[in-house]
Write a protein that binds this ligand. Structure first.
Ligand SMILES: Nc1nc2c(ncn2[C@@H]2O[C@H](COP(=O)(O)OP(=O)(O)OP(=O)(O)O)[C@@H](O)[C@H]2O)c(=O)[nH]1
Ligand SMILES: [Mg+2]
Length: 352
């Protein structure tokens, strides 16, 4: 995934990385349109072959971020996209067809930093902090041709210092294992030292020293994209390819686990709430039953007392007694409350 301010060369870098033109008919919006521009997430699948190994990647481009006034919308769209992929994976993992899960989780996010400022902008800090627990963030200094080598080094140092200062967790390349060959160890050391990668992208082929290269033509010469002396493009590409497995593992073990446990917690909180509601319902039902039982007992006692009374007055067992019960029952249903139980004595205090 590529994220960053608009116009920093995200789409161009994707094209340069995968030698494709993802947007051959793209029209770059004018300034007036750019204000309206919101994040539009576009995904494309690319197949790359590296030393005979075919890799299929999903590239997620987020054009226009940072140029819209409503930057919070940009944030939430990208964050929702990342969460959605986790959610889908979790759903598939819990489903029946677990063998054929398509893993569309975001394993790596190139975060583009403008070379024009003095380091990170407040929005960069805010955004990186919002995603650093969800995805492997790889900071990238865009349009490195805007800086000379000295400025580039200074800028890199500053960005790293600010990342530390703000407790931003970026993706850390793992140390090479001791049994790896020396070349790989050296490569890892160089890659580690190059973070944040200062890159140049281009979709143009230019003639330089008799050969055609991807690059940018300036009056003073050509900046070659695939030249490690000119910029870190090749290092970024190497990092992505050689550490793809580690990026996936960190996503699985750290970011996805975070998401999964959060989602379980959310689920169990919901479950506990439902349990509590069920218990409350049971309690109310029990109270109602006890209430009914008490009423029933009162009525039975009253009936017995009435029967006794009418027998002693010489009336038949039915008649007056029944009307009294009817009256009492009406009374009971309107004014009886569990805290104010009627005693048979008070019931017989007939208003007449
Ligand atoms: N100088 C310089 N210009 C570049 C570089 N990469 C891209 N550009 C130019 O910057 C402009 C914007 O490039 P895009 O790739 O469209 O930028 P984006 O980040 O995708 O922009 P949005 O999609 O609007 O977010 C184009 O004119 C590119 O040619 C670079 O490394 N150096
Ligand atoms: Mg773009």
């Amino acid at each position: 995934m590529v994220v960053g301010e608009s116009g920093l060369g995200k789409s161009t870098l994707i094209n340069s990385l995968f030698l494709t033109d993802l947007y051959p008919e793209r029209i770059i919006p004018g300034a007036a349109e750019k204000i309206e521009c919101t994040v539009q997430i576009e995904t494309s699948t690319v197949e790359i072959e590296e030393r005979g190994v075919k890799l299929r990647l999903t590239v997620v481009d987020t054009p226009g971020y940072g140029d819209a006034i409503n930057s919070q919308d940009c944030f939430s769209t990208i964050i929702s996209y990342i969460d959605d992929q986790f959610e889908r994976y979790l759903h598939d993992e819990n489903g029946l067809n677990r063998r054929h899960i398509v893993d569309n989780r975001v394993h790596c996010c190139f975060y583009f930093i403008s070379p024009m400022g003095h380091g990170l902008k407040p929005l960069d800090v805010q955004f990186m902090k919002a995603i650093h627990n969800k995805v492997n963030v790889v900071p990238v200094i865009a349009k490195a041709d805007a800086l000379n080598l000295e400025e580039r080094q200074r800028f890199k140092r500053r960005v790293l210092d600010e990342i530390e200062e703000h407790d931003i967790e970026i993706y850390r390349l793992p140390e090479a294992e001791s049994d790896e060959d020396e070349d790989f160890k050296e490569q890892t050391r160089i890659l580690k030292a190059s973070v944040p990668f200062a890159v140049v992208g281009s979709n143009q082929k230019i003639e330089a020293q008799g050969k055609e290269v991807r690059g940018r033509l300036y009056p003073w010469g050509v900046v070659e994209v695939e030249n490690t002396e000119h910029n870190d493009f090749l290092k970024l590409r190497t990092m992505l390819i050689t550490h793809m497995q580690d990026l996936q593992e960190v996503t699985q073990d750290l970011h996805y686990e975070n998401f999964r446990s959060e989602s379980l917690k959310r689920g169990s909180r919901k479950g506990a709430e439902m349990d509590r509601m069920d218990k409350d319902k049971d309690k109310i039902l029990l109270e109602k039953e006890a209430e009914l039982r008490r009423m029933q007992e009162t009525i039975t006692k009253m009936q017995a007392q009435m029967r006794k009374q009418s027998e002693s007055e010489g009336d038949g067992p039915r008649g007056k007694g029944l009307t009294d019960v009817a009256r009492i029952l009406t009374y009971t249903s309107t004014s009886w409350s569990p805290s104010d139980p009627l005693t048979p004595g008070s019931v017989f205090m007939s208003p007449e």
